[in-house]
Design a protein around this ligand. Structure first.
Ligand code: PLP
Length: 390
């Protein structure tokens, strides 16, 4: 593709495509673990010289490279490194950019496995983590130590859809010489581009909206070339790289990402408004609703409210489980970003292992339900929920 400035939906279907000698119009799947050389001299040039070209698919693979170039164009990043999953993207970011004695500041409202990674794995290597409010910028400043190297946030948060002010937190990070990493899984580059707002690095769990049909796992780390070099170095040595097949599936996912995000968002807004009008619903959490405490910030930072709606039913766990057990259409699963609507009870599943006190402090009550709104007709989703909202 030429270097002209294209719109996101154009980049989604065109950026990063390379063509083989067969002139295929669609991106090819290169299922090969290694690549051959024309001569001993060329092999040497690839391995120890800096001659560009593929060597082995743990390092680079043409299908994976196409996915990386397309996603980089969409996020506005100089470089993207693809990973086997969202979690291996976070691991690669930390292993590539941090060392023993460094410190992370992050929000309390991040993905559970990320908290586990920071508390139980990264900590063993001498990197400590401090948790602060997702929404109170002054807490981020107050948590900074001389050895703070990384700020890490996720916005909107799961399941309460709290919004962190990326530009404000980026300014604090810059002021203390730390890097700001944003997990952009819930918005994707279609709804939010953290690098434009001052973040240094974006993390994607491509398993969610980028694949978009719940089929494969994948992830990505995006940023400038200098920052991505050690991240890529970790990946090519340690090995949690993206498989060519999954990259090929994700390339297809990127092509429809814009229209899917628009449809997820429109369905979510309609469903959130309907939920707000239900007598047995005590509260609805959705950034696209004017009743959301950070609605204005959300609408400045993201294009829409996104595809995740949480709500609290009256009657605690019994009432919440009744909604789940009455569903005939909606899938009872904790995954999200799928064409199929999914429903989960955070207090007994994704947040079931933390103490009741920590859960209460995080606002995750027994009556809370989270819906990742899919692409079915909203009337059908409503009818499925209405059966249990009695
Ligand atoms: C799912 C998820 C991850 C982890 O991604 P995997 O692909 O499952 O490893 C990270 N962050 C967020 C916000 C997620 O929802």
């Amino acid at each position: 593709m030429s270097k002209e400035k294209y719109q996101p939906e154009t980049l989604a279907v065109r950026a990063g495509a390379v063509h083989s000698q067969f002139n295929e119009n669609s991106e090819a799947l290169f299922l090969t673990s290694s690549f051959t050389f024309d001569s001993a001299a060329q092999a040497a040039a690839r391995f120890v010289g800096n001659e560009p070209g593929n060597i082995y698919s743990r390092f680079t693979n043409p299908t994976v490279t196409m996915f990386e170039e397309r996603l980089a164009a969409m996020e506005g990043a100089e470089q993207c490194v693809a990973t086997a999953s969202g979690m291996s993207a976070i691991l690669a970011c930390v292993m590539g950019l941090m060392k023993a004695g460094d410190h992370i500041v992050t929000s309390q409202s991040i993905f559970g496995a990320t908290i586990n990674l920071f508390n139980n794995i990264i900590k063993k290597f001498g990197v400590e983590t401090t948790y602060v409010s997702a929404t109170d910028v002054s807490r981020w400043q107050a948590a900074v130590r001389p050895n703070t190297r990384l700020f890490f946030l996720e916005t909107p948060s799961n399941p309460l859809t709290e919004i962190s002010d990326i530009a404000a937190i980026a300014a604090v990070a810059r002021g203390c010489g730390a890097l700001l990493v944003v997990d952009n899984c819930f918005c994707t580059p279609i709804l939010q581009r953290p690098l434009d707002l001052g973040a240094d690095i974006v993390i994607q769990s491509a398993t969610k909206y980028i694949d978009g049909q719940g089929r494969v796992l994948g992830g990505a780390v995006l940023g400038n070339r200098k920052l991505m070099e050690p991240v890529f170095g970790f990946l090519r040595t340690a090995g949690p790289t993206l498989s060519a097949f999954n990259a090929w599936v994700m390339l297809k996912g990127l092509e429809t990402l814009k229209i899917r995000m628009d449809a997820h968002s429109a369905n979510s807004l309609e469903l959130a408004r309907w939920l707000e009008a239900q007598p047995n619903v005590a509260r609805v959490y959705y950034p696209g609703l004017p009743s959301h405490p950070q609605h204005k910030l959300a609408m400045r930072q993201q294009k829409t409210g996104g595809g995740i709606v949480s709500f609290e039913v009256k009657g605690g766990r019994e009432a919440a489980w009744r909604v789940i057990d009455s569903a005939r259409l909606i899938s009872i699963t904790a995954n999200l970003g799928d064409t199929k609507t999914t429903l989960t009870h955070p207090a007994s599943t994704t947040h079931g292992r933390i103490t009741p006190e920590a859960r209460a402090a995080a606002g995750i009550t027994e009556g809370l339900l989270r819906i990742a709104v899919g692409l079915e007709a909203v009337v059908d989703i409503q009818a499925d929920l209405a059966r249990g909202l009695v």
